[in-house]
Design a protein around this ligand. Structure first.
Ligand code: SF4
Ligand code: SF4
Length: 450
């Protein structure tokens, strides 16, 4: 099939322009001090919960496997520190769900010997495609853009499908967040090698990296580096939220439209985040499992907002401490960006693979406006990038009319929040739509079992 590439620099339907507040875009990545103890959740990915392979009293090294993937769509979990397993117990994670975590009291920082900790950048890719996929699986690599889908599953393309383009997401369209931006500036070469590794694994000759034009330094830096990487092109995109959503980014870069209910691979594309490409580089070239990630810790009242290289399982309180401590006027703390992130119940929750940022809002910024009746202005319809009618979906969900919500394609909602953001009546449409979407998805699952 002949594929034509369309050169548009943003997606055509919907979208919004929230204020950016990228307060930390010029703050270099700094390692967060290792805490005294960590809590490492055994489910940090989409799919089956991993099974612990350590017990109370065991000594573990940094990078050692502590919980094993429980099925194909699952992911290994490794220790981010060295020390003694003190217990395996339930925690409330950053999403507000209760789950099991492995608690480790830190002793020194003794790494597994096989991990290459040198500063050398290794560009020659020795592994064969199937070995790359296996290495990603072993290393617990998941999508770091927030979706946390196990990367080895994305790389194992079904036999009846073919990927001909890898889309790399360097958009970072959420306000406040800058972890991907800094990673592109500071680890650009490693990211491009990671992309070349993904291309080899998928037997693809073309990769397109999308970066919004509010990061011109990252665009220029990667463009310069990409001259040495055949098949990888860097694209500066018009700033518009939610450009980092898979379907919107594919449309922007290739003009291809992923149909309702279908996946990127159905239009011959696979999407990975820049941070995932970096993690793939570290796994394949340095034998390093996914035990740390860059997290933006920010907020207008924080004394020292920054981008931190955080060991997985570190309590969020230690991230806030490193950024200068909890400001008195804090009203809400969000894990992720302000558009799609989730409010934290407390700061004792652990950093996880999917945590791209911690954003602290002042009390004055975090109060909801008073909700009034829908005034039928259709602003939510104009803003919706998925061509949905958010006001209708919210009403159907509120009234428990789930069959009708299914007909109106509630499952196409990407939960971007553009509808709620734009509503002059203060309607929390997304809250209702999420409820409708999860109920309809449950209905569909039950139907498929029968
Ligand atoms: S309905 Fe869903 S996809 Fe559409 S704007 Fe609202 S949250 Fe975004
Ligand atoms: S933006 Fe708000 S007020 Fe306007 S139609 Fe949508 S839900 Fe109603």
């Amino acid at each position: 099939m002949m594929i034509r590439y369309k050169t548009s620099n943003t997606f055509p339907k919907g979208g919004i322009h929230p204020p950016e507040y990228k307060l930390t875009q010029n703050v270099p990545i700094k390692p967060l001090p290792i805490p005294k103890s960590v809590m490492i959740p055994i489910s940090q990915h989409i799919g089956a919960v991993a099974a612990p392979v350590v017990a109370k009293g065991d000594y573990v090294k940094t990078g050692q496997l502590i919980a094993s993937a429980n099925g194909f769509v699952s992911s290994n979990i490794h220790s981010s520190v060295s020390g003694i397993v003190s217990k395996i117990d339930t925690i409330i994670d950053a999403s507000g769900y209760r789950q099991n975590a492995i608690f480790i009291d830190v002793q020194g920082d003794e790494w597994v010997d096989s991990i290459d900790r040198s500063a050398d950048v290794i560009s020659k890719i020795e592994l064969a495609p199937e070995q790359i996929i296996e290495k990603c699986k072993e290393s617990g690599i998941v999508g770091l853009g927030g979706a946390t889908f196990p990367s080895h599953v994305k790389l194992a393309v079904p036999k009846d499908k073919k990927c001909n383009t890898i889309i790399i997401n360097g958009v970072e369209c959420e306000p406040y967040l800058t972890s991907d931006h800094r990673l592109m500036l500071e680890k650009g070469e490693e990211i491009l090698i990671g992309i070349a590794i993904l291309m080899k694994a998928l037997d693809v000759e073309k990769a397109m990296v999308g970066i919004e034009s509010n990061k011109p330094d990252a665009v220029e830096h990667l463009k310069e580096l990409a001259k040495r990487f055949p098949g990888i092109s860097i694209h500066s995109l018009t700033v518009k939220y939610p450009q980092g959503a898979e379907k919107q980014l594919i449309k922007t870069l290739t003009g291809r439209e992923v149909p309702s209910g279908k996946l990127p691979i159905d239009v011959n594309a696979v999407v990975h985040n820049v941070a995932t490409a970096y993690a793939v580089y570290e796994a394949v070239q340095k034998n390093k499992p996914l035990i740390e990630r860059v997290v933006t810790v920010t907020g207008k009242s924080l004394p020292a907002p920054g981008n931190y290289l955080v060991r997985i399982g570190s309590p969020v309180s230690s991230l806030i401490e490193a950024a200068g401590g909890l400001p008195d006027d804090t009203g809400k703390i969000v894990s992720g960006g302000p558009m799609m992130g989730k409010a934290l119940q407390n700061t004792g929750v652990p950093a996880s693979k999917g945590m791209s940022g911690i954003v602290l809002f002042r009390a004055s910024e975090s109060t909801r406006v008073e909700k009034i009746a829908c005034i039928r202005c259709a602003k939510c319809v104009t803003a919706c990038p998925m061509n949905l009618e958010p006001h209708l979906l919210a009403t159907l969900s509120m009234k428990a009319m789930f069959e009708r919500a299914e007909d109106e394609k509630v499952t196409d909602c990407i939960e971007c929040g553009s509808c709620s953001y734009t509503c002059p009546a203060g309607r929390p449409s997304l809250d209702y739509i999420r409820l409708g979407k999860s109920t309809v998805m449950k209905m569909i699952r039950e139907r498929n079992i029968k």
